[in-house]
Write a protein that binds this ligand. Structure first.
Ligand SMILES: NC(=O)c1ccc[n+]([C@@H]2O[C@H](COP(=O)([O-])OP(=O)(O)OC[C@H]3O[C@@H](n4cnc5c(N)ncnc54)[C@H](O)[C@@H]3O)[C@@H](O)[C@H]2O)c1
Length: 380
């Protein structure tokens, strides 16, 4: 007999939809110890919240997250609202004894993120952060290769995340859809938004980063603010690049921008080790490029593995070999892993504590961009 977990979701935007889709699909494809009940969704606008609840099958809705967090008929609070809401909601939810799932980044800055970690650990509640790319089957396979020692000594790690959607000077900052351009809401620009994904994956696949040196740029210095109605300085980084040294001695480059014309979500990563290399690209997320130096010399070369076989991570839950899955499935995998973890009492990573390490790197990169020096990454 499965137990029931009652979900209260905050935010009805992009992530509200991906998470809800995952909650609805997970039980169809994965055998977990829990049935999910979509109890209530929260958005400040009642009409939006009601429409979302009806469309996605939530029993009801709220317009104030405080009410949602205080409800006795909700077990899990899922935070899919902008970054300025994460700390306050997560801390309140932890104090109310709820399981907490939070979108990335944790907080707008290191202080908020640390307070979030303290709150969940003081309350002893289960928690996780939606760094969903860890559950792309190709990347889960890379993690297996890392754990099996496939690469030998690692020399290089290379990652980037490129977009082009903020290049127009007419785009406002602040408000729905453009809150990412307002530092008071987002915390930072591409560093905390896009590079956070690159950093999370890097820490997971290549271990701790010890020091960084970075630089950032804000190309359009003033924008109309959608809420104040005035032209205001832009305080987020439009582009960010940094060099890093990992504790394992490898060197890395990271780059992110929203000004790479033609690129929509070009998240790539590459690892070069003494006995092999891999390269992966989100636009082709079901493929892994792999080079194995141990292959016979005459046959040595890059192979492109189509990650659709039942032997590949998560793929035995899906269709038949040769048929690929996509972006939305990463969230389904994350829910499945989290529910299994709740069932057997194990921590599903990244939990808040794990995700804090990404925040320490983000903080060091932004500090380095100001100081123009190498910065040591803080010990959480
Ligand atoms: N894991 C990923 O790949 C990924 C991708 C995109 C966004 N995100 C993260 O998800 C979060 C949400 O981003 P998004 O793209 O879904 O944003 P969005 O703008 O599409 O949606 C945000 C939602 O939050 C609601 N909201 C705002 N303030 C609120 C409040 N005080 N109370 C209740 N609801 C409130 C808005 O009405 C909207 O429905 C951000 O933290 C972002 O960094 C993660």
């Amino acid at each position: 007999m499965k137990k029931t977990i009652r979900v209260g979701l905050i935010g009805t935007g992009f992530m509200g939809r991906t998470h809800t889709n995952a909650y609805r699909q997970v039980g169809q494809f994965f055998d977990t110890p829990f049935e999910i009940e979509l109890k209530a969704v929260c958005s400040r606008n009642a009409a939006n919240a009601e429409r979302f609840a009806q469309h996605w099958g939530f029993e009801g809705f709220e317009t104030d997250w405080n009410r949602l967090v205080k409800r006795n008929d909700i077990d899990l609070i899922d935070i899919a609202s902008p970054n300025d809401t994460h700390a306050e909601i997560a801390i309140a939810a932890a104090r109310a004894g709820k399981v907490v799932a939070c979108e990335k980044p944790l907080g707008r800055n290191l202080a908020e993120s640390r307070a979030m970690v303290d709150a969940v650990s003081a309350a002893g509640v289960a928690n996780m952060v939606w760094y969903n790319y860890r559950r792309v089957p190709a990347l889960t396979l890379v993690k297996k290769l890392v754990d099996q020692g496939f690469f030998g000594r690692v020399f290089h790690y290379r990652s980037k995340f490129l977009q082009d959607w903020t290049m127009s000077a007419d785009l406002p900052q602040g408000g729905a859809g453009t809150w990412r351009l307002d530092a008071s809401v987002a915390g930072s620009g591409v560093t905390g938004d896009l590079l956070a994904h690159c950093i999370d994956a890097a820490l997971w696949l290549n271990g701790s980063i010890s020091e960084v040196t970075g630089t950032t740029e804000t190309f359009i210095k003033e924008r109309h603010h959608a809420e104040s109605g005035r032209r205001e300085p832009v305080n987020v980084d439009d582009a960010s690049a940094f060099l890093a040294r990992f504790a394992n001695g490898s060197l890395a480059t990271f780059e992110s921008t929203r000004y790479a014309r033609g690129h929509k979500a070009l998240f790539t990563l590459e690892i070069n080790g003494e006995s092999g290399s891999i390269a992966w690209d989100l636009h082709d997320l079901h493929r892994l490029q792999l080079f194995d130096y141990r292959d016979d010399g005459s046959m040595r070369g890059w192979r492109s593995i189509h990650i659709t076989d039942g032997d590949h991570p998560y793929m035995d839950a899906w269709w038949v070999p040769g048929l690929q899955i996509g972006y939305e499935h990463t969230f389904i995998h994350q829910v499945a892993d989290f529910l299994n973890g709740l069932g057997d009492g194990t921590v599903t990573v990244p939990d808040f504590k794990t995700a804090l390490e990404t925040e320490t790197v983000i903080d060091a990169v932004l500090s380095s961009a100001k100081s123009r020096q190498w910065e040591t990454v803080a010990q959480r």
